[in-house]
Design a protein around this ligand. Sequence first.
Ligand code: HEC
Length: 143
Amino acid sequence: MKRTVLFLVLMSVLGITQALTDNRYHLGFNDEEKVEFLSEMRQMLSSIQQITLGIGTGNKAMIIKAARYSGNRMARATSQSIKDKTPISFEKIGGPTHMMFETLAINAAEVDADDADDMKDLAELTGKLMRHCLACHEAFTVN
Ligand code: HEC
């Protein structure tokens, strides 16, 4: 007993207990929902990769295609059972994320690929969009 207490005190002094506590909201997805949802997530990462590469190489078509992939189309494709499990606070981050991908596609179509400032604006928008990735990952887990 004394040893357990000593152990716990040591752990908290070392800040280890904090690392072991997951304070995120548990969405409680079943296996099927996890497969579908996480695959969408990997698509979003892939979009970000293509968008970044497109900005760096001045390839507008690449940016537009990648951004559209994770835009409204993906939002619409999400299954009802997943939508039923996600709280408003989740949708408040997720909805605008898809919208920003659409905005990115529209803006990319209008920019001059040879104009460094134009491409800088796209990079900035991508960075701002990714704040949503961080915010949601900070707050939710599929488990
Ligand atoms: C509205 C919420 C939300 C947004 C926005 C969001 N994610 Fe996620 N993402 C999650 C959750 C929840 C998980 C699962 C995390 C867990 O359970 O530990 C996840 C997991 C992932 C994974 C891991 C996939 C796997 O196979 O395990 C990747 C990659 C990912 N997200 C990329 C992104 C990128 C890139 C963005 C932004 C463009 C993004 N996500 C935006 C909620 C979100």
